[in-house]
Ligand binder design. Structure first.
Ligand SMILES: Nc1ncnc2c1ncn2[C@@H]1O[C@H](COP(=O)(O)OP(=O)(O)OP(=O)(O)O)[C@@H](O)[C@H]1O
Length: 503
């Protein structure tokens, strides 16, 4: 074992607090930790250099982690770390970081060449040798089975791009609706990354997004583009997901069209594990969704994380027109079970509404960083508002699902079959509307030009926020909703999915 555990003595101020320990890490090793529910960890870099999923640690600053976070502190050159209160910890010498760094270098070359074209600079001699007259920026799809570390790979690659100091702003895309990215579980989203993605909690595994927190308080906040699918499982409505992935791709392209330098930074797409193996869904759906991503984001590199069969399949399907590379899976990736994933969804929903303040380990004092931000009390605690809305003020739809009415209640001859894409109005006064405690996505306003409107327009509108129905008062035709933003809901449209708010 290369990590030496140095001291195990309580620090002076912490006679009532958690003891701190030092670890000395050899070059190219990582310290892995896992937190139990309700516990928190503080890590401080004492000397040397270290990073968490590619984001560098600042020397001398304690970083806190909570909400059952599982992660690793990696060092290329060696370092000394101090920590308080991990639940599980160990050091590993075997990591795939060299392979990931090589992938990063290849992507970086693609960015540099693409930017040269933007600036109209002449190609370098190696490009002439390769006859690469029209270099493209990297547009990368990361695929792999459950718990292969796809999200971690995406974070590492985005953070390494940021660390180049070239002003890159790679577009990070999350098409895994079970994770929620910067939005909410049930959504797919994209955001340009301009500062390192910090890891502190699975409630905000891709860094923090701006909800109702004033932007100037949270410098790392991102304003993502999001679409609402409404379910955690891709098999629930793959046709809807296909359409939303294409919408997200179009929206991302439009943004990048007017930002040539951002375009040269490239795109990194994190995918759900159901893209690797059809768990309940069909193989056709799986392939359809992979193809939707390849088309929508004009993918030119597919990274397959540690899965030989999927690698062969991707080579066969796409190998003739884009680069498919298999990369190793990290032994540190933690097997996340269903109940953990459910708890993480709850943390993410709570984080969206209330923000998250991690209680630091006792004895840490002040001046620590949470998710890279100082003074977490200000930046991470939000105050959602509860307001009353008349049934008629907010139009609510569900997409492509049958009403709950039993067949016997349907008109004679009516069938229960509904197209996957059909928007159906939800009547809050009907028992079985499934609105109570449901998570709803608030859509952007439709096209102001009535002539541009079409029947299924609401499928193509991005999400501007989320709300929860916390009370239904059917006799008075009112409902109480919880939302982090203060704007009026009158005349707005919201979509219901199958995700429930959990207090
Ligand atoms: N080297 C590591 N050391 C410790 N924990 C790690 C390491 N790499 C990843 N993890 C943790 O393992 C868990 C799973 O990793 P990750 O989310 O990257 O996998 P995934 O393949 O994207 O998951 P999913 O099955 O949800 O698609 C996460 O909690 C992540 O923080």
């Amino acid at each position: 074992m290369s990590g030496r555990q140095h001291a195990e003595e309580p620090q002076s101020e912490a006679s009532t607090g958690a003891p701190s320990r030092e670890w000395v890490l050899e070059p190219q090793t990582e310290y892995r930790f896992e937190l139990d529910p309700g516990s928190s960890l503080a890590v401080k870099l004492i000397r040397g250099h270290a990073e968490i999923f590619g984001a560098e640690l600042v020397e001398g600053k304690p970083y806190v982690f909570g909400s059952e976070c599982k992660a690793a502190v990696y060092t290329w050159q060696g370092c000394t770390l101090e920590m308080r209160q991990p639940s599980t910890e160990y050091v590993s010498e075997e990591t795939p970081m060299s392979a990931y760094a090589n992938v990063h270098l290849a992507l970086e070359q693609m960015r540099v060449r693409a930017l040269r074209v933007v600036h109209g600079s002449p190609p370098s001699s190696d490009e002439e040798a390769n006859f690469n007259a029209n270099p493209e920026p990297p547009r990368v799809l990361v695929v792999g089975p459950e718990n292969s570390g796809k999200t971690s790979v995406c974070k590492i690659l985005a953070n390494y791009a940021i660390r180049m100091g070239q002003g890159w702003s790679p577009m990070l895309v999350n098409v895994d609706p079970s994770e929620g990215g910067w939005a909410m579980p049930g959504a797919i989203s994209a955001a340009p990354i301009t500062s390192p993605i910090q890891t502190s909690s699975p409630a905000s595994s891709l860094g923090s997004a701006a909800t109702s927190a004033p932007m100037h308080l949270s410098s790392n906040s991102l304003v993502p583009i999001a679409y609402w699918y409404g379910h955690a499982e891709t098999r629930r409505n793959p046709f809807l997901l296909d359409r939303l992935i294409r919408n997200l791709g179009e929206n991302v392209s439009e943004r990048l069209d007017s930002d040539a330098e951002g375009r040269a930074s490239g795109i990194i797409v994190d995918t759900p594990s159901s893209f690797a193996a059809s768990s309940g869904g069909t193989n056709d759906h799986r392939q359809m969704l992979i193809k939707a991503c390849v088309d929508a984001f004009r993918i030119n590199v597919i990274l397959v994380v540690g899965h030989e069969k999927l690698n062969v399949e991707m080579q066969r399907t796409f190998g003739s027109r884009l680069t498919v590379v298999k990369i190793p899976k990290s032994g540190g990736v933690v097997e996340l079970d269903t109940s953990y994933r459910e708890r993480v969804r709850k943390y993410q929903m709570h984080n969206y509404m209330y923000g998250e303040v991690i209680e630091p380990p006792p004895g840490l004092g002040t001046g620590y960083l949470q998710g890279g931000e100082q003074t977490p009390d200000l930046t991470h605690r939000l105050a959602p508002s509860s307001s009353q809305v008349a049934f008629g003020d907010l139009t609510i739809y569900r997409i492509g699902e049958e009403t709950m009415a039993p067949t016997s209640a349907l008109p004679i001859g009516a069938t229960r079959v509904v197209s996957e894409m059909q928007p159906l109005v939800v009547d809050p006064s009907q028992p079985g509307s499934a609105l109570y405690n449901a998570m709803l996505a608030l859509l952007a306003p439709p096209n102001p030009d009535e002539t541009e409107r079409y029947d299924e327009e609401i499928l193509d509108l991005p999400v501007v926020g989320f709300l929860v129905v916390t009370q239904l008062d059917i006799p008075n035709r009112r409902m109480t909703v919880l939302t982090p933003s203060q704007g009026s809901l009158t005349g707005r449209t919201a979509i219901l999915g199958s995700l429930e708010w959990q207090e």
